[in-house]
Design a protein around this ligand. Structure first.
Ligand SMILES: [Fe+2]
Ligand SMILES: [Fe+2]
Length: 150
């Protein structure tokens, strides 16, 4: 991002925020919160108090960080905004690792094939409600952002 002006910086960061808010949060985190986590909690109460509570907390933290990044941007605190974006991406990678290594393994062990299939269909319904084309558009947005960063 060397050599870009304030307007270009703000526009790139705004796109990153939009990606986090719409793609990561609306398409992904809400899907987990509205469908997967409640189904897992129904199967095992201990999960609700343990790993699921931690995952909900992580999602809430991501939402707070997005608001804080927007506030920094509005005040042209670009260094603070960049540091928070680093924090967000680091925390998100940790969150994804916990889900992949622990949460989804647990899900595979507690649900039957039919239950997993049903959850998958509900995920697809939610994507349809939010708009599948919009989801695909985000792949292009990501590519554009990536090109601006190199
Ligand atoms: Fe998650
Ligand atoms: Fe996830």
């Amino acid at each position: 991002m060397i050599g870009i002006n304030n307007a270009e910086y703000e526009s790139t960061i705004s796109e990153i925020i939009r990606f986090f808010r719409v793609y990561a949060d609306q398409y992904h985190h809400h899907k987990e919160e509205e469908i997967l986590f409640p189904e897992m909690a129904k199967k095992n109460e201990l999960l609700a108090e343990g790993i699921l509570a931690k995952m909900y907390d992580n999602h809430a933290y991501f939402r707070e960080l997005i608001q804080a990044i927007e506030a920094d941007l509005a005040q042209q605190k670009y260094v603070d905004a960049s540091l928070k974006i680093d924090e967000y991406t680091g925390a998100l990678l940790d969150h994804i690792a916990v889900e992949n290594e622990e949460l989804f393994q647990t899900a595979y062990s507690i649900f039957t094939e039919d239950e997993l299939e049903n959850i998958c269909y509900r995920f697809m319904d939610l994507d349809r409600d939010l708009g599948e084309m919009k989801k695909k558009d985000f792949i292009d947005v990501l590519k554009q952002i990536n090109n601006q960063l190199v």
